[in-house]
Every structure is written in structure tokens, then in C-alpha cells.
Design a protein around this ligand. Structure first.
Ligand code: NAD
Length: 368
């Protein structure tokens, strides 16, 4: 088992070029961790699965112990790289046998969005806790079925909302709760990038569930909720499409949307696959403001408020997320902002409403 010091050294390395962060140096002398460890199998060894696996090497409370993949060559490479034993390797065909494996506690589903429902429900039926990537499913109905399946099986379901643990984000939420911005009045969320390869699953309605909204717009939706501190009650939305060949029916290229909250706060957001340099949150209150820019990329996240620059620790998001999720699953700890399946379903209900508003041109009520 690696020590706390190893963990901190790796975290420090990930923040290369940045000053050593106050809370990291404070904890550098802390005793090595010897508590319970969440043993995780990753399902879907693609781009993000690989990033999570690398980040997990620095975890102290979570450990990568298994894989689920349809590509034998990837399984071989991961076995060698991460010391994964044969008995913890599964294909999508024989995956249900994981229920007989006492050495795996949880499965992290990192497959295309349209497969999350099936993969999480199979995980629950095998009696394993499920961590599922965002968006949790392709609509709220599917998301609710996943929540119900996990409840029935008595396992936990968490969604990979890594920003809910990110220190700059958590600090702004703390300041908002402490009243430092006064009465909140407005939020702006900009989420987007220019997507490449037109043949990728992200542009396939069946596998992606939609387009940019499913993939990246979900950050502005989820972010509006944790920045404002309320859940929206209505939405209006407008869709534009410059390339109907690349962005086929049901695959959104750009959507602007406005959310209304019970207190009267409004949010104005943009989700796009058409252009770059869009990763910014801006919160306005009567007494001040908060800006995150970048707000949800892999980091380093930068934040400032009316009081000046935020100087929170720069962390590897997925390392902190997986250690925190191990605490939630094994020790019943609470996340700074919930990351459970119900939270994922709320965002899916908002996405359903945004699509309906864009289609109909009407203001759509949201009931969460
Ligand atoms: P990817 O294409 O790089 O990897 C997807 C993996 O799923 C591949 O290994 C692929 O082989 C496997 N797969 C299994 N069945 C498949 C099928 N029928 N069709 C296509 N691929 C199949 O994608 P990714 O970027 O790793 O995204 C995976 C999930 O992770 C998505 O839900 C995405 O939204 C999410 N994600 C989250 C973050 C984050 O920051 N939280 C970042 C990137 C991706």
C-alpha cells in the first residue's frame, strides 16, 4: 500500500509549475493511511478511463483492481501496467460473473452515454456499487431506472461529478453559503469545444443521446445548480446548427438556454461543439461576484472573486474524486455537493426540458 507521502508527492507533481499548496504541505507529515480501500474495476478503457486509471495511482482510499473491456489487447496492456490479476478481468459478455468475485467492490462505468443504463443495471444486479460517468444516462427515465435498480440491489450509485470536490469550486460554494456574495442574482455558464472526427460516438445519437448538451452542456447545467444553490423551475432554449451533415437529427451542435430559479435568479448558458475557448462560470450577487475560468476542464482551475484571486490547492481531479467517493461508499461520508444518482437524474430532467424548449420554442416548466 502506498503512503500518504507518496500520494502527496504525486499530487504535487500534477501541479507542476505551481507553488506548493498550503494544505498539501501541512499534511505532508501526516501518518500513512491504513483505513479501508475501495477496490474498483473500470469498465471502458478509452480516453477517460485511461485518465481515471492514471489518477487512481495516487489514491489512498481507492484502488484500481479490475477491468471490463471488449478489447483483449487493452486488457493485456492494463494487466501489465497496473498489476491487475487475470481473475479480475472481464469482457462485456462474461461481466455478470463479477458477482462471484469478492475482490471487487465497485465498477466505474466509463463507456459511451447510451450504454450507461445497461452497464449500471448489470453492475447493480451483480451486487457491486456503481460509479457512472456523466451524463448518467441519455434521459431522465433511464436515469431513474438506474437509481431504482441500485436501490433494489442495495448498492450505491454515484455520478462522476469531479467538480463537486474541486477546491476552488468548493470554496466559492462555501463563500456563497456564508453570504459573502449577498443575495445571488445571476449566473452565466459557458461550456463548449470544437469537436473533430465526425465518425466518433459523441456524434452518434444512439450512443451519445444527443450532442454537445449531453457531453459538455451538462457542466453548465450542473454548475448553475451548485453555484446558485437552487434548482431551476423553468427553461427557455434556442438551437443553432451550421453543419447539419456532421450534426445529424437529434445531435445538437449549439444550444443557448436560460434557467429560472425559485428566488428569481436567472442563468444564461451556452453549450456548443462548434467553437473553442468556452469554459467559464460567472456568479453575481448583490455584494460581489465569483468567476471560474477555466471552470470544469482538467485544470488547473482558476478562480477569483470581488475579494481577489482564489489560492486553493491545485489537485488532480480524479484522484480527489475517487478518494472522496471511496469515503462516501465505505464510510458513509457526504460530498460537498451531492454526487448520487438522484443528482444525476435532476440534470437529466433539465436536459430533457432544454431539448423540449428548443424544439417547441416555448418556456418549459421543470419539476425536480
Ligand atoms: P472513449 O471513446 O475514449 O472511450 C469509450 C470506451 O468505451 C472505449 O474504450 C470503447 O472501446 C468502449 N466501448 C464499449 N462499448 C462501446 C460501443 N458500443 N461503442 C463505442 N465504444 C464502446 O470515450 P471517453 O471520452 O472515455 O468517454 C466515456 C464516458 O466518459 C462518456 O460517458 C463521457 O461523457 C465520459 N467522460 C467524462 C469526462 C469527465 O471529465 N468526467 C471526460 C471525458 C469523458
Amino acid at each position: 500500500m502506498q503512503t500518504r507521502r507518496d500520494f502527496l508527492q504525486k499530487l504535487g507533481a500534477s501541479a507542476a509549475g505551481l507553488p506548493l499548496l498550503p494544505y498539501l504541505s501541512e499534511q505532508a507529515g501526516a501518518a500513512p493511511y491504513d483505513g479501508p480501500v475501495l477496490r474498483v474495476a473500470i469498465m471502458g478503457l478509452g480516453g477517460y478511463g485511461t485518465r481515471v486509471a492514471e489518477a487512481m495511482q495516487a489514491c489512498k482510499m481507492a484502488k484500481l483492481v479490475g477491468v471490463v473491456s471488449g478489447t483483449p489487447a487493452k486488457i493485456e496492456a492494463w494487466k501489465t501496467k497496473y498489476g491487475i490479476p487475470d481473475k479480475n478481468c472481464y469482457s462485456y459478455e462474461n461481466f455478470d460473473k463479477i458477482k462471484d468475485n469478492p475482490d471487487i467492490d465497485a465498477v466505474y462505468v466509463i463507456t459511451p452515454n447510451g450504454l450507461h443504463r445497461e452497464h449500471v443495471i448489470r453492475t447493480a444486479k451483480a451486487g457491486k456499487h456503481a460509479i457512472c460517468e456523466k451524463p448518467m444516462a441519455v434521459n431522465a427515465k433511464e436515469g431513474q431506472e438506474m437509481v431504482d435498480a441500485c436501490k433494489k440491489a442495495g448498492v450505491k450509485l454515484l455520478v462522476g461529478y469531479r467538480m463537486h470536490f474541486e477546491p476552488h469550486t468548493v470554496e466559492i460554494i462555501r463563500m456563497r453559503k456564508a453570504g459573502e456574495f449577498g443575495k445571488i442574482q445571476f449566473f452565466q455558464g459557458l461550456s463548449g469545444f470544437k469537436i473533430g472526427d465526425p465518425t466518433q460516438w459523441r456524434l452518434n445519437k444512439k450512443l451519445a443521446g444527443g450532442g454537445s448538451m449531453m457531453d459538455i452542456g451538462v457542466y453548465s447545467i450542473n454548475g448553475s445548480r451548485y453555484m446558485v444553490g437552487e434548482d431551476p423551475i423553468w427553461v427557455t432554449a434556442q438551437e443553432t446548427k451550421t453543419d447539419p451533415v456532421k450534426f445529424k437529427e437529434g445531435v445538437d451542435e449549439t444550444i443557448t438556454f436560460q434557467l429560472g430559479f425559485p428566488s428569481g435568479v436567472t442563468a444564461s448558458c451556452l453549450s456548443t461543439y462548434a467553437f473553442n475557448y468556452l469554459d467559464r462560470f460567472y456568479l453575481v450577487g448583490e455584494k460581489g461576484f465569483a468567476e471560474l475560468n477555466p471552470s470544469t476542464g482538467y485544470g488547473p482551475i482558476r478562480g477569483r472573486t470581488h475579494k481577489g484571486e482564489l489560492n486553493q490547492p491545485v489537485v488532480t481531479h480524479q484522484t480527489l474524486q475517487m478518494d472522496s467517493m471511496a469515503g462516501i461508499i465505505l464510510q458513509g461520508k457526504e460530498a460537498p455537493v451531492p454526487v448520487d444518482g438522484e443528482e444525476g437524474v435532476k440534470d437529466l430532467k433539465i436536459i430533457d426540458a432544454i431539448y423540449e424548449a428548443a424544439r417547441s420554442g416555448k418556456k418549459v416548466e421543470i419539476r425536480l
